[in-house]
Unconditional design. Structure first.
Ligand SMILES: [Mg+2]
Length: 160
């Protein structure tokens, strides 16, 4: 394989990554709407709903070493060391309710192909196993319903 072939292959892979952008952008806009609504609806809890920035853009370096293209992100490597974990939900509402420790929300869109990744399913199991509620939300309406239900505490039966 010539240097040119290797470089063309790397460019092709880079453009394939770029094609995923619109979906990520739509999810980003949806998440923004959800957070805006939440902050207006629950001002006292505003600080307890936060995003986990484990997705998104990373700077990548592509180098050719011994005829092989190596693409890596020094930034991602460091973030992993600092605790960034694959699969963690996009939003966490850090307040206990109805026996759950917290509400973990994974944002997806209604678009085809917007599904949980394997690492997200693994993290979901870990979160649920530790007593947290985990949901996937695809629309603002769904998010609103999920949050309202989560925060509506069931009143204990009145004793006579
Ligand atoms: Mg997501």
């Amino acid at each position: 394989m010539s240097y040119e072939d290797i470089w063309n292959k790397a460019q092709k892979e880079a453009s394939a990554t770029k094609q995923r952008k619109p979906q990520r952008h739509e999810e980003s806009r949806l998440q923004e709407s959800c957070v805006t609504w939440f902050r207006l609806q629950y001002p006292k809890l505003a600080l307890l709903l936060f995003a986990v920035p484990n997705g998104g853009k990373r700077t990548h370096r592509t180098i050719v070493r011994a005829g092989r293209v190596i693409t890596y992100s020094p930034e991602a490597k460091q973030m992993k060391k600092e605790g960034v974990t694959a699969g963690v939900a996009d939003l966490i509402l850090l307040t206990p309710s109805n026996g759950y420790a917290s509400l973990c929300i994974e944002m997806k869109t209604t678009e085809k192909g917007s599904e949980q990744r394997e690492s997200q399913k693994v993290w979901q199991q870990a979160a649920e196993g530790a007593g947290n509620k985990y949901v996937v939300c695809r629309t603002l309406e769904e998010f609103m319903a999920v949050v309202k239900e989560y925060l509506t505490t069931e009143k204990p039966p009145t004793s006579k």
